[in-house]
Design a protein around this ligand. Structure first.
Ligand code: NAP
Length: 296
């Protein structure tokens, strides 16, 4: 992707920042957020990203241009305080208003989450499987707000004829963040890691480099009605990646096993492989790089 005008929501997010920085090297990139993180905003501006302060909960997007080639929606509002009005407005209503504003776009990528699936243990969840509320134990509004925002994106794709991809991300991680990165920090601090008693706790971590590489491909496969696809790497487990982190940093992981932790969410990646190909970075390689980057 080269020479395009691209809007990113959530450009300061853990997942969105590396994508914004990569796209800005070859494109005109605009980013919208409230920009509570001044250091991330400064990094974006240094990379040439046009940063516009927008609150997704209340904006009608009149403050941004309406002639973007592509829109990538990474923003997420998920406070721990279960403010349903705020989170449905910021995550759901905003998608419809943003797509109305950017209805001339060639494609819209909505970053969703495998948090939208009904808990299914070790079953590999495919895009057609049952939806549910698997993240309630961590973030009260998250799963339902993500499902709601998918529905708004599906509706607006049809209403405005915007080719759209809804990509359900599993566990993003890399040198600067993600769940395994938090587990590394917890282990360093001697904090036990909550895991579900129904182990192994299976997920499909996907490295930031694979996310950055596949964003243009996900935009290419956008359709009306929306393409819905899992966005994930090969299967691993919290037990496995914490074991590897523990070996690399010389700390035995302490696991806090209970029925109150988030349980397995592991994906069938067949549709992803058909549409955009598989993730390329093996989780052992990615986790090793993450630990080494933290040491340097
Ligand atoms: N992290 C994961 O493990 C994970 C897993 C699966 C899927 N995902 C998906 O990946 C995407 C990025 O997640 P993340 O964890 O990287 O996000 P994050 O680090 O929590 O960042 C959230 C982003 O949204 C912006 N934002 C929040 N509320 C806003 C508001 N009211 N108005 C404007 N901007 C707002 C934030 O900027 P300001 O606060 O400055 O406004 C920030 O840029 C989300 O769609 C998420 O559902 C993440």
């Amino acid at each position: 992707m080269d020479g395009k005008k691209i809007l990113l929501t959530g450009p300061t997010s853990t997942v969105g920042l590396p994508v914004a920085l990569d796209l800005a090297a070859r494109n005109e990139v605009w980013g919208i957020a409230r920009f509570g993180n001044a250091a991330a905003k400064a990094r974006l501006e240094a990379a040439g990203v046009h940063c516009v302060t927008v609150d997704l909960e209340t904006s009608d997007f009149a403050e941004i241009p309406d002639d973007f080639d592509y829109v990538v929606n990474f923003a997420i509002a998920r406070g721990g305080d279960a403010d349903w009005d705020r989170d449905l407005a910021a995550n759901g209503e905003s998608v419809g208003l943003l797509m109305a504003r950017c209805q001339g776009a060639k494609a819209f990528l909505h970053c969703s989450s495998t948090a939208v699936y009904q808990p299914a243990g070790a079953h590999l969840v495919a895009e057609t499987d049952a939806l549910g509320d698997n993240h309630r134990v961590m973030f009260a509004t998250y799963s339902i707000a993500k499902i709601a925002s998918e529905v708004v994106a599906r509706t607006a794709a049809r209403q405005f004829g915007i080719p759209t991809t809804i990509a359900r991300l599993n566990v993003p991680y890399g040198d600067t963040g993600g769940w395994p990165w938090f587990h590394m920090k917890m282990m360093e601090a001697g904090i036990p890691i909550p895991i579900h008693a129904d182990g192994p706790n299976l997920f499909n971590p996907i490295h930031f480099d694979d996310i950055v590489r596949t964003v243009p491909k996900l935009l290419e496969v956008a359709t009306v009605p929306a393409t819905i696809v899992n966005w994930a790497g090969a299967q691993s487990s919290i037990e496995e990646w914490c074991g590897l982190i523990g070996e690399l940093i010389g700390v035995e992981p302490q696991l806090d096993v209970s029925d109150h932790a988030l349980g397995s969410v592991t994906t069938d990646n067949t549709r992803m492989h058909e549409l955009i190909g598989p993730a390329e970075i093996d989780w052992r390689t990615g986790i090793t790089r993450m630990v080494e980057a933290d040491r340097n």
